[in-house]
Design a protein around this ligand. Structure first.
Ligand code: TYR
Length: 519
């Protein structure tokens, strides 16, 4: 089957305060499209106006949170004018206490893009130099090493973003051309001067939701593909287990007006090529994991557009504090670093995705079991004669799927309800959105493993069904995909380790190599 069609464009993603989509972030993260800072005079003037207003205010002895005061609960501490310039350096320095895994290159690019998008709203009072330096990191693929853990998601992602701030200033480490190197060295080799942060610029970089929002953009795209792939797998499983296509009847679904659920049913009808399927006299009703598949996958399908709205609104927001209004010439002190919408989207998305993993795990349980698979061999082993006795087919694959599913379900505890008061009770209610986003990515990873194993089962199950029932003919879409799977996975007759093939399928899945229903 042909690889995913090239993107409609490889034009640069422009950062100028115009609305970005999560696909823009995804394309940048995968280096399918470059980044470009807007050059329109109106945009550049807006940025300059904000920075100039801040300078004027400072010169006139204005009191600005985080510029002439300490941070957070230390808002009551005034900074002596002579030390104001040093303050941003202290902010990223004392936040250098992240831990855990480092964000991947893809995730890191998404973070840089997401922060740049927010600063380009023109509400942060930053200078053009900061925007250009961020653009430069993206252009040259100089990626700050960002530890994933240490953000409560509501002073924004302070600690992980401190690694971005530090790198812009030539400190800490970057991932560059496949190795970890000191930022100072790499910037120097590129002829780039480390930034000297202007007042407020430390806060502008760090006091926002860029990490969780970036991860959410990537998660959404993966979840959307999984939704369509899980639907395709369900069609394969109906075919392989001689199930009933009439469960997806158009009139039946017209009676329940969830648009996403209806879409899943329509995709199943198309795959099973049965608009008005006949009754199966042997068995009127299949088990829920087949019969209610549109009801399970449909939840994800119906929720995705809502999650997209939440994620893209956050992506296109000014989410630091304080905001600098260049037009009204006001400093607006608020709490836009609070990532509650992303936390909710990610907590909910991971639950919907884990339910899909669970659905597929149940479908596999039916498919490998001769008590339920309507005439297929145990464990879908294709071995025959005396050798059937020593061959165990997909027995271990099913056990692995059960383990991955259990682990995915275990991750669904909402992160947002674990808010706790921190930082001397200044941050006494926080979103935990970054933890939710990381959990969601883990659930996606486990569910993708489930799906990859199910692709092996689909390849095996459909071939074995055709052995016992020559009339079991897949429709054109299923036939084409089955042929593709046959080319990737030899029929499992004699036991073999399947991990290599599983990894191959996982990579194909992440590259979205299979064309699935768009509508
Ligand atoms: N997010 C806090 C700012 C803050 C920054 C750094 C900190 O270490 C603590 C708090 C606010 O705007 O109120």
């Amino acid at each position: 089957m042909s690889p995913r069609s090239p993107l409609p464009s490889d034009l640069p993603v422009r950062f100028d305060g115009g609305r970005l989509t999560l696909e823009d972030v995804g394309a940048l993260a995968r280096r399918e499209r470059p980044a470009e800072l807007g050059t329109a005079p109106a945009f550049r003037q807006r940025i300059a106006k904000g920075a100039a207003f801040l300078d004027r205010l400072l010169a006139e002895d204005g009191v600005i949170y985080g510029v002439t005061t300490g941070y957070g609960d230390s808002v009551t501490v005034s900074i002596p004018p002579a030390l104001v310039a040093e303050l941003p350096h202290h902010l990223y320095t004392y936040h250098g206490i992240g831990a855990g895994r480092f964000l991947t290159p893809e995730e890191t690019r998404a973070v840089l893009a997401t922060r740049l998008a927010s600063l380009c709203q023109g509400f942060s009072g930053v200078g053009e130099g900061l925007l250009t330096q961020l653009e430069l990191l993206l252009k040259h693929d100089v990626l700050p090493m960002i530890p994933a853990e240490g953000s409560v998601g509501a002073s924004g992602d302070l600690t992980p973003l401190s690694y971005v701030a530090a790198v812009l200033c030539g400190e800490r480490d970057v991932w560059y051309r496949g190795e970890r190197r000191p930022a100072a060295q790499v910037l120097e080799s590129l002829g780039v001067k480390p930034l000297k942060l202007r007042p407020k610029e430390g806060l502008a970089i760090m006091n926002g939701t860029a990490v969780m929002t970036a991860l959410a953009c990537l998660a959404w795209e993966r979840a959307e593909y999984l939704s369509r792939l899980a639907t395709r797998l369900t069609a394969f499983n109906v075919l392989a287990s001689a199930g009933n296509a009439h469960h997806y009847d158009e009139t039946l679904f017209a009676a329940k007006p969830h648009a996403g659920q209806q879409r899943v049913a329509a995709r199943l009808r198309a795959d099973l090529v049965t608009d008005r399927p006949s009754r199966n006299e042997q068995r009127l009703q299949d088990r829920y994991s087949l019969r209610c598949a549109p009801h399970v996958i449909g939840v994800l399908e119906d929720a995705l557009p809502f999650f997209r709205t939440l994620i893209e609104n956050e992506l296109n927001s000014a989410n630091d504090n304080p905001l600098i209004d260049p037009d009204g010439e006001r400093v607006l002190h608020g709490g836009h670093f609070y990532g509650g919408h992303i936390a909710f989207a990610m907590d909910s998305l991971k639950t919907a995705v884990a339910n899909v993993a669970d659905l597929l795990d149940r479908q596999l349980a039916l498919l490998v079991d001769p008590r339920y698979n309507h005439g297929l061999p145990a464990n879908l082993s294709a071995a025959t004669g005396p050798r059937a006795a020593i061959n165990h087919g997909l027995k271990a694959a099913q056990i692995s799927v059960s383990a991955w599913t259990a682990e995915a379900l275990k991750q669904t505890m909402p992160a947002s309800v674990f808010s706790r008061s921190t930082e001397c009770h200044n941050q006494d209610k926080v979103s935990m959105g970054t933890i939710a986003a990381r959990d969601c990515l883990r659930v996606l990873e486990l569910t993708e493993q489930v799906v990859a194993a199910m692709l092996i089962a689909a390849r095996q199950g459909v071939t074995l069904r055709q052995r016992v029932d020559a009339d079991a003919k897949p429709g054109p879409a299923l036939a084409a995909m089955h042929a593709d799977l046959e080319a990737r996975i030899p029929l499992l007759v004699e036991d073999r380790a399947l991990d290599g093939e599983l990894q191959g399928l996982l990579s194909a899945l992440r590259r979205r190599e299979w064309r699935l229903h768009e509508a």
